[in-house]
Design a protein around this ligand. Structure first.
Ligand code: NAP
Length: 286
């Protein structure tokens, strides 16, 4: 068996062309121009490249974007003042603060200062809880992107054995919750899961989402034939190439579907961010 590749890159482009551009045109007809602001502290090169992709997708969809750069030395108080200015600016519909932040800045404080109706990363308590019930709010982008890429690939997770590796607040936990709402039988593995239990769960998984932040941790030999694998991790090897949390070559021999790194979950996360910005703009227009 050789797995079919789930191209997040292609799915994201189709979403932009078929869904997002028409929604932006409707907003423009109502004289609303959706706008995203990205706050970027310092010079981190990985962050800079993620921001370029966000600007590119925004431009493709017709969403205006602006990057507000500040020195890494900005105080927490000064940063919160900048966020409050954006909260009060009606021409801005979405704002994100590019992570990671320097140690002297409290991430939770920053996120809770962003107006939840403009929190297009979906990190605030208001947006990152009860996922599926309060449909009008803005779900976190990576979990939303994972669910969308499965749905667009014709995968229905209802009644399937779904295993999520990782329980972070921005990926593992919310994606597990979204899967539960869709009727999946969900098992979440984390660093405290006994190895034998983890091995058993991996063997039984019909759908596997891996978000552990460890390069090529999961190998095909640990999985069962036909499994659907979504690889969230992203790592740069010493030679400059990228890899995920899943060992791609061994896994594609047993999986039926697999998302690659790069070109899998990454573009789906970004397109979800742009969609959330449009949704936020639609809410102000209605
Ligand atoms: P994180 O906050 O570091 O969380 C990692 C999670 O993995 C933790 O819950 C940890 O468990 C768990 N874990 C660690 N070792 C494990 C093991 N051997 N077995 C099972 N679980 C294990 O990371 P994150 O923010 O969720 O990100 C995960 C990866 O996805 C990173 O590589 C990140 O760069 C990438 N990412 C990509 C995108 C994208 O758009 N492509 C977006 C977000 C993140 P404990 O809770 O017990 O410590």
């Amino acid at each position: 068996m050789t797995a079919q590749i789930i191209s997040g890159r292609d799915i994201a482009q189709k979403i932009i062309q078929k869904e997002l551009i028409p929604r932006v045109r409707m907003l423009n007809k109502k004289s609303v121009q959706p706008k995203l602001v990205v706050i970027f502290l310092g010079e981190n090169s990985a962050s800079a490249s993620y921001i370029r992709q966000k600007e590119k997708f925004a431009a493709q969809a017709g969403v205006a974007s602006e990057v507000l750069k500040f020195p890494e030395s900005i105080s927490e108080e000064e940063l919160l003042v900048e966020i409050k200015k954006i909260n009060a600016d009606d021409s801005i519909h979405g704002v994100i603060v590019q992570l990671p932040l320097p140690d002297h800045i409290n991430v939770d404080k920053v996120i809770s200062t962003i107006d939840p109706t403009k929190d297009v990363d979906g990190f605030s308590d208001e947006n990152n809880s009860d996922l599926d019930i309060r449909k009008s709010l803005l779900p976190p982008c990576t979990p939303k992107g994972i669910i969308t890429m499965l749905e667009k690939s014709g995968v229905n997770v209802a009644e399937k054995r779904v295993v999520v590796m990782g329980r972070s607040r921005i990926v593992g936990r919310p994606v597990a919750e979204m899967m539960l709402f869709r009727g999946a039988m969900v098992k979440v593995l984390h660093s405290k899961t006994p190895p034998q239990e983890a091995a058993q769960a991996l063997k039984e998984a019909e759908v596997l989402v891996v978000a552990v932040g460890k390069p090529e941790l999961v190998r095909g030999e640990q999985l069962s034939r036909g499994v659907i694998v979504i690889d969230v991790g992203i790592h740069r090897r010493e030679d400059g190439s990228l890899c995920g949390d899943v060992h791609f070559e061994s896994t594609k021999k047993v999986a039926s579907l697999i998302s690659p790194v790069p070109g899998g979950v990454g573009p789906m996360t970004v397109v979800s961010l742009i969609e959330n910005t449009i949704t936020a703009a639609e809410q102000t227009a209605n």
